[in-house]
Design a protein around this ligand. Structure first.
Ligand SMILES: Nc1ncnc2c1ncn2[C@@H]1O[C@H](COP(=O)(O)OP(=O)(O)OP(=O)(O)O)[C@@H](O)[C@H]1O
Length: 361
């Protein structure tokens, strides 16, 4: 039987994206399909360049096509980050495909460190990324990026985000004195955030990472409710106390229909900088167990490591400064898992929740 495009498509219909649980043809991921004799070439367009399943999908495609009789398979990967229906109509950030919130049940667990390394990690995979530091009471992004200029406006209407390590950066800390913000009430905080989303020229972005203030009080909740988010990444340390807070945070986001993309366990284990021996300072594995119990994803564990703190303090987060090192690899694996969770969320969401967003008149 002669091999043709139909033969190839029939074979590819049997290959599922393991994350999205639908076949590649139905998902519209097969592009530039060409058959010549027993040779086939194609591009598989992933839903994110940070796809955690690229290798598995590649192997499955190759096996399916060979099984259908092709002896030569030339497979390329492309990526087109998708957004949930309705996202592009968001008038607050029209060019942003996915807003990813990063929250924590309590302060000091490394939420901002996770947020910045997540953003840089997604950018390193080839995505267009920005970070918005909405941690109004303790903006850390100026330090984490080494940026301390005031953003300027080119058109007299919108501010231009700053740039560092391949991502666009905006922080409430660039614009106001954090001591001033401490006395702000909830509505002022919310309107500041809406301005940072609407009045910043974000351009086209695949992901905008939004670093929320810590805790489960009014401020993170109102902020989260005012953006059209793909979901929230929760950061915890392994201790029971931090985990109890993260469970509370999960319940809070559930109540307002913001999908929880999963939990990251930060400071998971301590790596001695001298002998590289691993010690479980705060115990270990608690977040994974909590994630399982709550039926949400475990997105990865990040070691407690001096280099992570030093990189952050110096304005060069570890994923930018030492991308090949084991600490950065942990962040990069987490970033791929977050990207996978966003894709899954986006593909299954009929429409993202919008509660109280204030579109530009
Ligand atoms: N995995 C890690 N290894 C070593 N140090 C870390 C790690 N994660 C965070 N830190 C350090 O812990 C401190 C707190 O981190 P970070 O500012 O990211 O926390 P946060 O949860 O955002 O805090 P806040 O609640 O104050 O906003 C920083 O000095 C940071 O460099």
């Amino acid at each position: 039987m002669a091999l043709d495009n139909q033969t190839a498509l029939d074979a590819l219909r049997k290959v599922q994206d393991p994350e999205l649980r639908r076949d590649l043809v139905t998902l519209g991921m097969v592009k530039d399909l060409r058959v010549e004799g027993d040779a086939v070439s194609l591009t598989v367009e992933l839903t994110t360049p940070a796809c955690p399943l690229r290798e598995t999908i590649g192997k499955d495609v190759e096996a399916a096509l060979r099984g259908a009789g092709f002896t030569r398979v030339a497979l390329r990967f492309g990526a087109n980050v998708r957004s949930a229906p309705g996202t592009s109509q968001s008038q607050l950030t029209p060019g942003v495909k996915n807003i990813v919130l990063v929250g924590a049940g309590k302060g000091g667990v490394g939420k901002s460190t996770v947020a910045i390394n997540l953003a840089i990690g997604l950018a390193r995979s080839g995505a267009k990324v920005g970070i918005l530091d909405a941690d109004i009471y303790g903006p850390s992004v100026p330090i984490l990026t080494g940026l301390d200029r005031k953003p300027e406006s080119k058109d007299g209407a919108r501010l231009e985000p700053l740039e560092a390590h391949g991502i666009k950066v905006m922080s409430i800390g660039f614009l106001i004195d954090p001591d001033q913000a401490l006395i702000w009430r909830g509505p002022m905080v919310t309107s500041a955030l809406v301005q940072l989303l609407r009045d910043v020229n974000w351009g086209e972005l695949d992901y905008l990472v939004l670093d929320l203030p810590p805790g489960t009080g009014d401020v993170p909740l109102t902020l989260a409710q005012n953006v059209r988010a793909a979901g929230v990444v929760l950061v915890s340390t392994p201790q029971d106390l931090a985990l109890a807070d993260v469970i509370r945070a999960k319940l809070m986001f559930d109540k307002v229909n913001i999908p929880v993309l999963g939990i990251v366990e930060n400071m998971s284990s301590f790596i001695c900088p001298h002998c590289r021996q691993e010690t479980q300072v705060f115990s270990h594995g608690g977040a994974r167990a909590a994630a399982e119990k709550m039926g949400i994803r475990f997105l990865g564990e990040i070691p407690l490591d001096l280099a992570v703190r030093e990189g952050g303090d110096a304005g060069v987060p570890i994923v930018a400064g030492q991308p090949e090192g084991p600490q950065a690899q942990a962040f990069l694996a987490m970033a791929r898992n977050v990207a996978g969770a966003v894709s899954t969320q986006v593909m299954k969401a009929p429409r993202l929740p919008v509660i109280g967003a204030q579109p530009r008149a």
